[in-house]
Design a protein around this ligand. Structure first.
Ligand code: TMP
Length: 219
């Protein structure tokens, strides 16, 4: 596959959406005209996925078992990989994705307490082994993030989980970043969107196969 798969991760309210939009706008001017930048997200990147997203997030009263929750995220991902991510990568596009497999490790693994081997097997089944080329982890204090989310409106089913749960999720991301330093880039999300975006751009500039090289003398 000739495209690039860039994922944005983080706890609630970390600012992923803003950074994905800024990154897409910047990338449009950096890449060849025959490649596209595709923005997508999990859960909810496909038509089926949008229905799964509703099941997962919209009904705070329905008691979804943790096992059902894990499998619904995986079902959303399986559809997303096959119907959207892989086709874009095969065309050589750059896919910017809001959350991927690390979310399942952080939320269902560290947050809900599923065993890591079990999560890895489910992720493998859903993705067929597809991994991000690079993941930006927007790291923010969970209370700050949840305050930002509250200002936007009502909390969804996951956002209503306890502070302890969200702390474990953040801890999960920290441990993943320690184990995969080449794939996961930690960004301090407690800064202005512009400062965070500058760091993202500088990482992407040095990543092979993203920004079109300008031949010397053609600036
Ligand atoms: P968001 O798209 O607004 O970030 O919300 C998605 C929610 O779903 C968020 O609380 C994180 C959660 N989630 C999981 O628990 N596991 C997963 O595998 C994914 C992709 C998301």
């Amino acid at each position: 596959m000739s495209g690039k798969f860039i994922v944005f991760e983080g706890v609630e309210g970390a600012g992923k959406t803003t950074q994905i939009e800024l990154t897409a706008a910047w990338l449009q001017n950096q890449i060849d005209g025959d490649r596209a930048v595709a923005i997508t997200r999990e859960p909810g990147g496909t038509k089926i996925g949008r229905q799964i997203r509703q099941l997962l997030l919209d009904d705070p009263d329905e008691c979804i078992s943790y096992r059902t929750e894990l499998l619904l995220y995986a079902a959303d991902r399986a559809q997303h990989v096959e119907a959207k991510i892989k086709p874009h990568l095969e065309l050589g596009d750059i896919v910017l994705c809001d959350r991927f497999t690390d979310s399942t490790i952080a939320y269902q693994g560290y947050g809900r307490g599923f065993d890591r081997d079990e999560i890895d097997r489910v992720n493998q089944l859903a993705t067929g082994g597809l991994q991000s080329d690079l993941t930006f982890w927007l790291d923010l204090d969970v209370t700050l993030g949840l305050e930002r989310v509250l200002l936007r409106g009502k909390l969804d089913r996951m956002e209503r989980a306890t502070i302890d749960f969200h702390q474990r999720v953040r801890q999960g991301y920290q441990e993943l970043a320690n184990v995969y330093p080449d794939r996961i880039v930690r960004l301090d999300a407690n800064r202005s969107p512009a400062a965070i975006q500058m760091e993202i751009q500088s990482k992407l500039m040095v990543m092979k196969g993203i920004v079109t090289a300008v031949p010397i003398g053609e600036t």
